[in-house]
Every structure is written in C-alpha cells, then in structure tokens.
Design a protein around this ligand. Structure first.
Ligand SMILES: [Zn+2]
Ligand SMILES: [Zn+2]
Ligand SMILES: [Zn+2]
Length: 362
C-alpha cells in the first residue's frame, strides 16, 4: 500500500545547482515516483595482498616506470607510475586539424597512476590519517611538477575510482592524474559562473555556500511589514567539520550520498594548501568516508579534485573560485531518463542524507 501512497515527507522538486544553474537535479523520494532503483553492486576486492597484482609490493617490476615513491627511502607506502594505457600522452606530436565545424586540438598531456597504499584493497577510511595526509601531499607535488614542466598544460585532474561500481578497472586502490591542455567543461562552467557571481556580488559563491551551511537558522522577513515570513534551517548541510576544512552535502546533490570537501577559508588553488594543514584535510576526509561507508555499507565512489585552472585567467579567477573535492558514491546505475535528459535523479532528500551521515557514531 505504502508504494502508491506517498507520505507527507516525500519530496518531488527540481533543484538548481547554485554554482552551475544549467545543472539541475530532480529530487524524488517517494518510491512510487522513483524513476530508478538502487542496484546490487558487485562487491569490491578487500584482500590485503594479491600475488599476481602488479600494484602490490614485490611486483614493482611489473609496472610501467616509476615517477615517484613515498617515502623516498625504504619500503614504499605510496608509489606513482606511468599509465600503461594513457588516454593522453606526449609521445605523439601531431598537429590538430580543423575541418568545417569539427575541430580538434592535440591530445597532448600526461596520464599517470598513483598507487595510494601498499595494501591492495584498503578503503580510504581505513587508511591512517598520516598516510592520507602524505597522499594529499603527493597529489600536490605531482600537480606542481606537471604545471612547471609544460606551460601548455592548463589543468591537472586528480581523481579516484573506487570499486567496480565506480569503474575502477584495477582492483588495487589507486588514483589517477591527467594533465591536459584544455580545461574540462564542468570545471570551466564552475569557473565562469563563479566569476559572474563575483562580478555581481563581490564575494565568492563557494564561501557564501559555506556560510549558509554553517548558519543554523535563517529567518526570512517580509520586507514591507517586517513580519516573519518563513524560518528555515540551513545548518543541516554540514557533514563533518575540521579546523580548516568542511564537508558539506550539496543542496542540489546529483548523487544520493554526494559530499563535497572545501577549505573553510577562501582558497582557489589546491596547490596553496600549506603542508601543515594537510593533516586536517586528511582527518575530515577520513571521517567523511567512514560516515559514508557506515551509511551505505561499503562505499564505492568516484572523487575528483576541482582547482583553479592554470590558464591565462588564473589570477583573475583567484578571488571567485574555491577549490574542492567532490565525492560521488555510486549506489545506482544512471537510467536512460538521466542520460537522455541530463537531469540527475536523486531519490534521497539531501537534508535527510546529511542528517543520517552526521548521526553515524565514529
Ligand atoms: Zn594489489
Ligand atoms: Zn571562496
Ligand atoms: Zn566542482
């Protein structure tokens, strides 16, 4: 019976992404209204060591050439290697061709793999905070080296696919680094829209969203009579808070358990995070992932780092763009409706999702 009788807490609304208004999400929580259902996900590989895995210790000779290891001496904990099947590479110098409306630019760039941990199937929330801080340090080091190595590189995308549901082709825990001569469209949309917001309102929209997330209550007054029109709780989006970083549930979350981590103080470039603050970032990350894992029961996810592009506009965008880490756990497979409409469907009210994540005892 309950399937056909939506209860009063059910939500069906289209939420507009405040940063990229062209991106919207259909929040539809009643079972009868859901255009999709949760999928049974293939389990992830949780083994500690796998004899035949090229990324496990002892098999270093099976990987492409090493780029860096951490720590530099003794047994490695984190190891970075070239990608065996790069999507972009610097080995083929070919001119872009233009043909009518079809244009290309060189597929120039770098594609590298970071073996995040020597333990094969370890999840991020199981890693030591000091290890995670070192991993973020490796991200920074490599990002800096790549930007310094070639001025044609405008963006360095760092991301992680964890678990088969997130498209991880190699079960050993790893991240990927792709340095490219173009700015990815979704980052570019954020950069353009936040710059437009800044031009109009003279503040960073990400900072404003953090302020809203931290404000527990907002009262809306009638401008003419001064009477209270509506009280809304907006502090409900905070998932985890550290000294320097915060994890928030976006109001227009595309994925049921999507969470973003941002520096509390304005900062456009991930490269500007000070070494001593990486421990706080690691702590917020570990606790957020532990919450997700507890609520979802074994999180499989993609996460990616969005930082200000190193293009000709970098200085101009520094006051308006705010770097962040987007964590997108996969709990269902996109439907034809989502792929065809470009409208994401979220079946859990983001305020309730944030509440459930906060309620996890760590
Ligand atoms: Zn392995
Ligand atoms: Zn900001
Ligand atoms: Zn982003």
């Amino acid at each position: 019976m309950s399937d056909s009788q939506p209860d009063s807490n059910d939500v069906r609304e289209i939420r507009i992404n405040p940063i990229v208004p062209s991106e919207s999400v259909l929040v539809a929580t009643a079972r009868s209204m859901r255009p999709k259902k949760a999928e049974e996900l293939a389990p992830r590989d949780t083994r500690k060591h796998v004899e035949t895995c090229p990324f496990c210790r002892g098999n270093e000779h099976k990987t492409p050439p090493v780029i860096l290891s951490w720590p530099p001496e003794g047994d490695w904990q984190i190891r970075m290697v070239e990608n065996l099947y790069p999507v972009l590479g610097d080995d083929r110098e070919q001119a872009g061709f233009n043909f009518g409306l079809q244009q290309t630019i060189d597929g120039y760039g770098r594609h590298e793999v970071i073996i995040d941990h020597y333990e094969h199937g370890i999840a991020v929330h199981e890693m030591a905070e000091s290890h995670l801080a070192a991993l973020f340090g490796v991200y920074q080091t490599r990002m800096r080296q790549l930007f310094e190595s070639d001025e044609r590189l405008k963006y360095v995308l760092i991301f992680k696919n964890f678990g088969p549901a997130a498209g991880a082709s190699i079960p050993h825990t790893h991240s990927q680094v792709i340095a490219m001569p173009v700015v990815p469209e979704n980052v570019d949309a954020e950069v353009r829209n936040s710059a437009a917001h800044y031009a109009k309102h003279h503040h960073c929209i990400f900072c404003a969203l953090i302020d809203e997330a931290l404000t527990f209550e907002a009262t809306i007054y009638d401008r003419n009579s001064g009477a209270v029109r509506r009280k809304i709780n907006v502090g409900q989006y905070v998932v985890e808070r550290g000294e320097k970083f915060i994890a928030i549930k976006p109001f227009a979350s595309r994925y049921e358990w999507e969470v973003h981590i941002l520096p509390l103080a304005h900062q456009a470039d991930f490269l500007d995070v000070r070494a001593e603050d990486l421990a706080d970032l690691a702590r917020v990350m570990k606790r957020t992932m532990a919450r997700l894992d507890a609520v979802i029961g074994g999180a499989q996810y993609n996460f990616f780092l969005h930082s200000v592009p190193h293009d000709s506009q970098q200085t101009a965008h520094a006051p308006s763009y705010h770097w962040h880490l987007e964590i997108c756990p996969r709990t269902s497979i996109p439907t034809g409706f989502e792929l065809g409409s470009g409208l994401f469907v979220n079946t859990i009210n983001p305020e309730q999702a944030a509440e459930r994540l906060r309620a996890v005892e760590l």
